[in-house]
Design a protein. Structure first.
Length: 85
């Protein structure tokens, strides 16, 4: 069985290329696909329920869930409410 591990700094290829010029290694691009439902649940738990990354989706800093008919914001939304935003 062969396993490949990819280490990457996402979105930094163009910076590294300009810094190193022609001496740098050429950029390689790839796409990561995730199963949509597990991605939604992961995002909900991380951003909404745990208010990570400075709480950018929580409380006054967040998008207004009231615009969609909900009178609450993260971390008080249920998964199906978060999914409809």
């Amino acid at each position: 069985q062969h396993t490949t591990v990819a280490q990457a700094k996402y979105g930094h290829c163009h910076i590294m290329w300009h810094r190193d010029g022609a001496r740098g290694r050429p950029c390689r691009y790839f796409t990561v696909l995730r199963e949509p439902l597990s991605r939604l649940v992961s995002s909900y738990l991380y951003f909404c329920r745990a208010c990570k990354e400075g709480g950018r989706q929580c409380g006054a800093k967040s998008f207004k869930a009231a615009d969609t008919g909900f009178n609450k914001t993260c971390p008080h939304l249920r998964l199906h409410e978060y999914a409809s935003l």
